[in-house]
Design a protein around this ligand. Sequence first.
Ligand code: NDP
Length: 519
Amino acid sequence: MGLIATSTATTKSNGHGEGRIKSYAPATGEVLGDVPIMTADEVRAAVGRARRAQESWAALPIEERCDRVRRYAQALIERQDEVADLLSRETGKPMMEALLHEVAPSVAVAEYFCKRGPEILAPREVPLGLMKHRRAFLHYVPRGVVGVITPWNYPLYMPLRDIGMAFIAGNAVVLKPSEVTPLIALKAKEVWDQAGLPADLFQVVTGGGATGGALIDAGIQMCIFTGGVATGRRVASACGERLIPCVMELGGKAPLIVCADADVERAARAAVFGGFSNGGQVCISVERVYAHRDVADQLTQRMTELTKELKVGDPQKGAVDVGAIIFPKQIDVAEAHIQDAVQKGATVLAGGKRITGQGQFFEPTLLGDCTHDMTVMNEEIFGPVVPIMRVDSDEEALRYANQINLGLNAYVFSKDRDYAHRLAERVQAGSVLVNDVLINGGMPEAPFGGVKDSGFGRVLGEDSLKELCQVKHINIDRFATSNDPLWFPYTDKGLALARKATKLVFGGGGLLKKLSQLF
Ligand code: NDP
């Protein structure tokens, strides 16, 4: 059964091979198109085609692979209006966000790794400490076919971020987009094909959760999964069963700590932007604000004013700040959090309810007087609701920030950058931004990913490009000898020599220390 993404449908399909999935515009309810629910056999066939294409792709010099990925990035930019328009329709997000938060960073990541990839993945020699008679070389060998499974909130950028890097590393990709937003994935594939790039290297398999499950079972060599914690557990265990390495990019509950000396205007603007960008449907959204009591009133007042100024509506009818709710279940989640918070003493400072009429919209909602017994301070919201809690000290804020079992992004606002840096070191999160929000999501140079239940492994950053490869160690002799003192036969004389040698080499002030000082 396919997903009916209208305001009445709140669950996703779990079946596959039973027809087609319709894609709806969340801002209007209009049907934008439909896609097949692919069977396990079709998924396996797609992986097979990808594998065959990968063999010749991997044989190309990395510089040539980069040239072709760059051609794709350029084709995306040439078609940016058409791509951003479909993206905005299928997700209901503002055109500014479609362009600047999805199309542009997709291209930026590809361009960055096209430039740096050859150097990052160049074979290199590692110096050996003891075994000077040998040389060790590391080579980065493509893994094969990478399965990429992505959610609906950034349905262009999330896949393209991972796909471009996978291609540069010499892999093929089979993408399973969310059933909520399949059309933009197919558009990304269309741009690839029309740019004259090898069609089988990039495959898209459409369908629901079962299609994702089938992808993991179809003989892929790596999985990059972005989605919720519960699904992530299932995917990680399926990968574990098959010994497939995986990257898990899961949920977040980013805290924003406003210290007593913060620039309140910047903190307020950042919290509003970070909380309501993409309608709050961001894994690194500002999901809880801890405001030092010295600035809490001023911050709350300014955030309230800014939130009330936000324009909400259908992005196709003109510029808006906040678009539609992409997946309707998030409206129920937002309502449940607000109801729980209000019952426990929170004040609704702005918004607070769904917007009735055409499409799926929710008022940007600011909650004051929040406390840590409320679900809104503890569980992922993934919608346009920002709770503020007053704290007596930065230490108290830090304690609350770290008590949640999610740790993707976190934010610290203070004019004293050294102090903020030290505080950031103590926040349990994959990334901590000082005096900014969200921006690292599109920063190709730096690793992105979570700690605790927010997942493991990283996307972006040079290590993640290496992770898309197997590292192969080739070890070569420096000079030829017909036997080796470490080989058979073992003799008493040899053992006596070994005893002396281990003391000489490993004993305090021994040869190893001297050697390591020399080299
Ligand atoms: P889900 O976990 O529901 O789905 C993610 C993807 O997994 C979708 O393509 C989904 O398909 C697919 N899927 C579902 N079941 C299975 C299965 N058994 N095996 C394989 N694949 C499966 O997440 P949402 O799409 O609802 O996205 C929201 C979540 O994603 C939030 O928790 C958010 O925090 C997180 N997220 C994390 C990010 C990060 O970088 N850490 C970035 C963005 C979002 P289908 O949709 O068709 O059911």
